[in-house]
Design a protein around this ligand. Structure first.
Ligand code: BEZ
Ligand code: FE
Length: 314
């Protein structure tokens, strides 16, 4: 037997009251959003005949998700962070703001305040020297005409060989594999680092619990994150996802996009290694970024987000 009451005037009035429409205080914007959440949730409960057990399981799940700091992980895994990119792309398209390096998700693992270097930096602390492959990463920041942008900030971060990020993984040193590099007169940045491994959700965490019930894995391909910014240009949040990774086009967070695949080359040549000052096999990766011009001061900023969320071992 299907019983529906959401559409009645009585229930609608009740939700308006619960969303604060009966008073003049608070935030009109939040009231509008909350009313919609209440209306849509009630409709979903009715339409899908959500049981009391399912409802209270969901409440407990939200508590567990928050306690582990995994909300940012779940929204990525459910594709909502990627949806925000698709929506912004569609808005840009409508305004004719096309061209340049595609945006893709930030993910929940950024930490502000990484050390700053001019032109080049070493990103790793050497702690994985025995197991890691050295990676030489370089490229240029350009405008849409291909002209170099000097003084751009390349804020980059990536995981270690275990797929873990410093700050969240307390076994790593502060800001390991996180740097800000200011481009030189030719718009060039250079980094020496290690080849990262792909991130995987904590198998015991609530995000993976949900993904398991959806029959999905929680793995990302190996990748490097970037914020690229420069005065007068539009802030770019993006990533290079590494070619050859089995999850390249099967990314649980849907971040890999055309134009964002990095052709990493692995080199086994003693002479070339000696020239680079390393021993044995190493990797090279070249990637240029193209920025759109900013059309407002807001354009130059990254969208505001609370500081990175705690995920691993919280
Ligand atoms: C990441 O880029 O590492 C990431 C993105 C979304 C969810 C979790 C991790
Ligand atoms: Fe990442």
């Amino acid at each position: 037997m299907t019983v529906k009451i959401t559409h009645t005037a009585e229930i609608q009035k009740f939700f308006e009251e619960a969303a604060g429409f009966g008073n003049d205080n608070g935030s009109p914007r939040l009231k509008r959003i909350m009313l919609r959440i209440l209306q849509d949730t009630a409709k979903l409960i009715e339409d899908l005949e959500i049981t009391q057990d399912e409802f209270w399981f969901a409440v407990d799940y939200i508590n567990r998700l928050g306690a582990r700091g995994e909300a940012g992980l779940l929204v990525a895994g459910l594709g909502l962070e990627h949806f925000l990119d698709l929506l912004q792309d569609a808005k840009d398209e409508q305004l004719g703001r096309t061209g340049g390096t595609p945006r893709t998700i930030e993910g929940p693992l950024y930490v502000a305040g990484a050390p700053i270097a001019e032109g080049e930096a070493r990103m790793d602390d050497g702690s994985e020297e025995d197991v890691a492959t050295v990676m030489f990463l370089e490229g240029r920041v350009l405008d849409l005409d291909g002209k170099p942008i000097a003084g751009a900030t390349v804020d980059l971060w990536h995981a270690n060989t275990k797929g873990n990020y410093s700050y969240f993984d307390k076994s790593q040193s502060e800001y390991n594999l996180r740097r800000r590099i200011i481009t030189d007169a030719e718009g060039r940045y250079r980094a020496r680092s290690i080849v990262p491994s792909g991130y995987g959700c904590d198998p015991q965490g609530p995000t993976q619990e949900c993904l398991d019930l959806l029959g999905r894995h929680g793995q990302r391909p190996a990748h490097i994150h970037f914020f690229i910014s420069a005065p007068g240009y539009r802030h770019l949040t993006t990533q290079i996802n590494l070619a050859g990774d089995r999850y390249l086009w099967d990314d649980f967070a849907y971040a890999t996009r055309d134009g964002l695949v990095g052709d990493i080359r692995f080199i086994e040549d003693a002479e070339a290694a000696a020239k680079r000052g390393v021993k044995g096999r190493f990797a090279e990766l070249e990637f240029n970024f193209q920025l759109q011009k900013a059309s407002s001061a807001e354009d130059e900023q990254r969208s505001r987000r609370p500081r990175a969320l705690q995920v691993v071992g919280a």
